[in-house]
Each structure stands twice: as structure tokens, then as C-alpha cells.
Design a protein around this ligand. Structure first.
Ligand SMILES: [Zn+2]
Length: 169
């Protein structure tokens, strides 16, 4: 029987293990490992891959890390991506193009600023996607996950909207 604990950042119930984590999307090792399994499922089968655009943004925004440029850039890009996907129903290809543009703008004009992460980054986590037993469940959980993360960042929605406007003017 494996021991469980909670990720300090997303609060998912995770295996209590030692191991590596991402360089700036800081998490407990079990959370990073669990997310790694979610990703490998998505890379191995097209039916799972449909959820990929959501899982990447959701995980990043649940693990904002510390106030440093890599985190500021990452959170900026992923929150803008959530705004485009959920508020503007943008197509995946459109989102990719705009993300590129936002990233360039941020490099040349420091578009993004550090946003104080919300107390809770949402009730749903990678754990829910990880526990899914079919591609359909996986995709549904990913959508619930991304919606709950976006809602958790609600106090910063106007700032995100402003970034998009500045980048697309
Ligand atoms: Zn986590």
C-alpha cells in the first residue's frame, strides 16, 4: 500500500514519493509524477490528446511557483490561453499563434507582471484526470479542471483581458 500526501500547490492527493519536479512550476514530487502520467497518456493516443491543450494550461496555473521571470512569463501565457479557450472559444491553432505573439511581446515590452496566486487554485486537479478510466472521462475531467482553475484566478481576469488587448492592438 502506497503512502499518500497532498501537493503543497494544487492540493491534489498524490503518492508520497521523492523525485524531481519542474524547474519553476513548483509542486510536490508526486504531483509532477502524476501529471507526467497524464501527459504520457495524451501523447500515446489521439483520443486522449484532445485534452492536451487544457491539461497543460491547467497544470501550469495550479503551480505558479515563485515571483521570478520564468514563472511570470509562464503564468501570463497560460492564463491568456485559458481566457482565449474559455471566454472566447478560440480554436486551438489560434491560441497557439497568439501565445507566440504574447511571448514575443513579453520579451520585448515586459507585457506580464506577477499576479498574486489565489489562496486556492481550484477544487479539481490532475488527480481527477489521472483517475479517469476512458478517453471520454479523461477529456471531461480535463475540461472541468481547466474551468475550475480559470475560475479560481477570477480576481485577475481583468488583468489578463488587458494583456490580450495590449498584445493584439
Ligand atoms: Zn500539484
Amino acid at each position: 500500500m502506497e503512502d499518500y500526501t497532498y501537493c503543497f500547490s494544487c492540493r491534489a492527493e498524490i503518492p508520497k514519493i521523492e523525485g524531481e519536479t519542474h524547474l519553476y512550476m513548483l509542486s510536490s514530487p508526486g504531483s509532477w509524477a502524476m501529471y507526467g502520467e497524464v501527459l504520457s497518456r495524451e501523447y500515446s493516443e489521439a483520443l486522449y490528446f484532445r485534452a492536451h491543450q487544457f491539461t497543460v494550461d491547467a497544470y501550469a496555473c495550479q503551480h505558479p511557483g515563485k515571483k521570478e521571470w520564468r514563472s511570470i512569463n509562464s503564468i501570463g501565457i497560460h492564463l491568456c490561453s485559458l481566457y482565449l479557450l474559455l471566454e472566447q472559444q478560440a480554436e486551438h491553432q489560434q491560441t497557439i499563434a497568439l501565445r507566440q505573439r504574447l511571448s514575443e511581446q513579453n520579451r520585448s515590452h515586459a507585457l506580464f507582471e506577477w499576479l498574486e496566486p489565489p489562496e486556492s487554485t481550484g477544487e479539481i486537479s490532475a488527480e481527477h484526470v489521472w483517475k479517469a478510466e476512458s478517453p471520454q472521462e479523461h477529456c471531461e475531467a480535463a475540461l472541468r479542471w481547466v474551468r475550475s482553475v480559470w475560475k479560481a484566478w477570477e480576481p485577475h481576469h481583468p488583468t489578463v483581458e488587458r494583456w490580450i488587448q495590449r498584445a493584439t492592438d
